[in-house]
Ligand binder design. Structure first.
Ligand SMILES: Cc1ncc(COP(=O)(O)O)c(C=O)c1O
Length: 359
């Protein structure tokens, strides 16, 4: 059900943490993040995203992407500022917007031809004088959409013309399928750079969800404001964790490719297992490790189907409406876990949906 990879953290990263602990790397970290890790992030952004950020003034290390999003919102929002959120989207964005005094405003993104899309026109329809920022997630949880360069250019035009901030959560960047490739919005449209906070974490790419380590890249003034938030609340991940994170980013990347292959095989298994299920059409994810099951043909609220699957089959999926009104009529199926868990989960999902369809 969750976005929790069942694959272990690669051993060379675990060993780097052990080494750092043994070397006494247990005192307070630099509040911005250890310089060695900020430098590793700069190298990574250049290598993987064709982006250039100054590790001294434009990069901040955070406790996961969660804290990066929070710090960005706290730094950017004034009370009553509106933040545009594609609908459906990751459910943990709306609350930090409210905590920062902002107002989440949904941008409807109903599926078109079995793909959730965000159009510049719909963004424009939601603009008001209070609109301050757009929060984007590519690859996009829960929909599986990976924004193409032309889509990013159209979205960027509105962001730039309307003088908005872009908060770009790129946590699933390494997990893409087929021809889909992650493009960092700032790489697609360099004019975005002065108005973008890039948020990322090692959580998904390196199976490090429990390590709580992530990073942000943003113009110096915003990074400085985010640092004030960080200093008064978290003060960053443990020093030895940061050493291991630097090893993850700078060391061999073969494990990332292997994980991508594993998720690709699971994705294929999901699509194959569900192919003939009555009333259900799987939307093929381009990235991430979730697949949306389009169950609109069953003409039953997705929350009701979710509850039936839980109570009658012992199976947990998340109803699309939990991510916003435009997710209604879908179920989010996670393949972050594989093996027997996934096989049995898919079997129960198929049987459950067949029973609801009355076949
Ligand atoms: C889109 C998105 N952003 C952020 C997070 C949280 O990231 P982290 O665990 O690095 O805080 C998740 C976790 O599921 C997510 O799906």
């Amino acid at each position: 059900m969750r976005g929790e990879p069942d694959l272990p953290t690669p051993p060379h990263i675990v060993e780097a943490a052990e080494r750092a602990l043994r070397n006494g790397r247990t005192s307070y970290p630099d509040n911005r993040g250890e310089l060695a890790l900020r430098e590793a992030v700069a190298v990574k952004l250049h290598r993987d995203n064709q982006l250039s950020y100054d590790p001294a003034s434009e990069i901040l290390i955070t406790t996961g992407a969660t804290f990066g999003i929070y710090a960005a919102l706290m730094a950017l929002l004034n009370p009553g500022d509106e933040v545009l959120l594609p609908d459906p989207i990751y459910d943990a964005y709306a609350s930090p917007i409210r905590l920062a005094g902002g107002v989440p405003v949904r941008v409807p993104c109903p599926p078109r031809h079995q793909r959730f899309e965000l159009s510049a026109d719909t963004i424009e329809e939601q603009l008001t004088p209070r609109t301050r920022a757009l929060l984007l997630n590519t690859p996009w949880n829960p929909t599986g959409t990976v924004f193409r360069a032309d889509e990013l250019r159209a979205i960027a035009r509105v962001v730039v013309e309307r003088n908005l901030w872009l908060i770009s959560d790129e946590i699933y960047e390494a997990i893409t399928y087929g021809d889909a490739r992650h493009i960092s919005p700032v790489a697609a449209v360099p004019e975005l750079r002065p108005r973008t906070v890039l948020v990322n974490a090692l959580s998904k790419t390196y199976s490090m969800t429990g390590w709580r380590v992530g990073y942000c890249a943003a113009p110096e003034a915003v990074t400085r404001a985010m640092l004030l938030v960080l200093q008064q609340s978290s003060r960053g991940p443990a020093t030895f964790i940061q050493d291991a994170a630097a090893e993850a980013l700078r060391g061999p990347q073969e494990a990332v490719a292997r994980m991508r292959d594993e998720y690709a095989a699971r994705r294929a298994a999901v699509l194959e297992a569900m192919a003939e299920t009555p009333g259900c059409r799987m939307m093929e994810p381009e990235g991430g490790f979730f697949a949306m099951a389009d169950i609109r043909a069953l003409e039953t609220p997705s929350d009701e189907i979710r509850r039936k699957l839980l109570e009658e089959r012992g199976l947990v999926v998340i109803h699309g409406a939990a991510y916003g009104a435009c997710g209604e009529g879908t179920l989010r199926v996670s393949f972050a876990s594989g093996g027997e868990t996934l096989r049995e989960g898919l079997r129960r999902l198929r049987l459950g949906l067949e029973a609801i369809a009355g076949t």
